[in-house]
Design a protein around this ligand. Structure first.
Ligand code: HEM
Ligand code: HEM
Length: 202
């Protein structure tokens, strides 16, 4: 991961997203979309929904490990910004110019943390959920009181709406960067390479 291409304007293309992070992202997309679709529109016996839910748990566990011990740009500390930096970045978002940010930018980072947290809560409530239909009981529902298991099912439903909203926001932000700021964030998530401003590199 050392090969760099420099352009005269001080913008250079560097290897930013490592292969494991990219694989994580696209596997998460498949598993979240499938879990969501099966949960809402799938067969009434939700075995397959559970399996995709377990896959999401495995992916989130990997992301936690990668966020603590992975390569620099994947680490949580790399995109954890204070209120000052976040507001400064937010103020210049409307500019019609690419950010050339070397990682998740301070505002995008908020949505990354929100997505990871809401997905964790979504999967966790699923494990304890007992919707009282005598079929689809979460595997850990027996470990908690009946009220808690019913509550988990109701939170599982509410959180599924939050996932929908956050993914919608995520896609809208990516479209905004592409169409308004002229910056393609998707290609770097596929190839790993992104054009960044040299003075902003960590
Ligand atoms: C269920 C749908 C999706 C979920 C749950 C999701 C989740 C995430 C998460 C958690 C990250 C942070 C990556 C990291 O762990 O560091 C991320 C980043 C990203 N996602 Fe998605 N994503 C979804 C769909 C998509 C789709 C369909 C696209 C492409 C059109 C996309 C493009 C991107 C890009 C480009 C980034 C990097 C943004 C940046 O440069 O900061 N995502 N996504
Ligand atoms: C992030 C991953 C997950 C997503 C996106 C998701 C999404 C959903 C959705 C949209 C529903 C339908 C809610 C409704 O219409 O009432 C549902 C139901 C359900 N899910 Fe999940 N789920 C996930 C993970 C899990 C896991 C890991 C389990 C347990 C192993 C689980 C267990 C259940 C159960 C028991 C129901 C039925 C609840 C009811 O009918 O009220 N889910 N899920």
């Amino acid at each position: 991961m050392t090969e760099r291409t420099t352009s005269p304007e001080g913008i250079e293309e560097i290897p930013l997203w490592d292969p494991a992070l990219r694989l994580f992202h696209w596997a998460l997309v498949v598993c979240v979309v499938t879990s969501w679709g099966l949960g809402r529109f799938g067969p009434s016996i939700m075995t397959l929904h559970f399996y995709f839910g377990y896959a999401v748990i495995a992916l989130l566990t990997f992301r936690l490990i990668w966020g603590l011990f992975g390569p620099a740009s994947a680490r949580f500390s790399h995109f954890l910004y204070g209120p000052g930096a976040t507001l400064r970045y937010a103020a210049q978002i409307p500019r019609r110019a690419p950010s050339y940010w070397p990682g998740h930018n301070p505002v995008g980072a908020l949505s990354v943390f929100a997505l990871l947290a809401v997905l964790t809560a979504q999967a966790a409530t699923g494990l304890f959920a007992d919707p009282d239909d005598f079929i689809n009981v979460g595997p850990l529902a027996d470990m908690v009181s009946r009220e808690a298991a019913l509550g988990a099912a109701s939170w599982h439903y509410r959180l599924s709406l939050a996932v929908l909203a956050l993914v919608g926001l995520h896609l809208a932000a990516i479209a905004f960067y592409r169409l308004w700021k002229g910056e393609d964030l998707v290609r770097p998530m596929i190839t790993g390479r992104k054009a960044v401003r040299r003075d902003r590199q960590a």
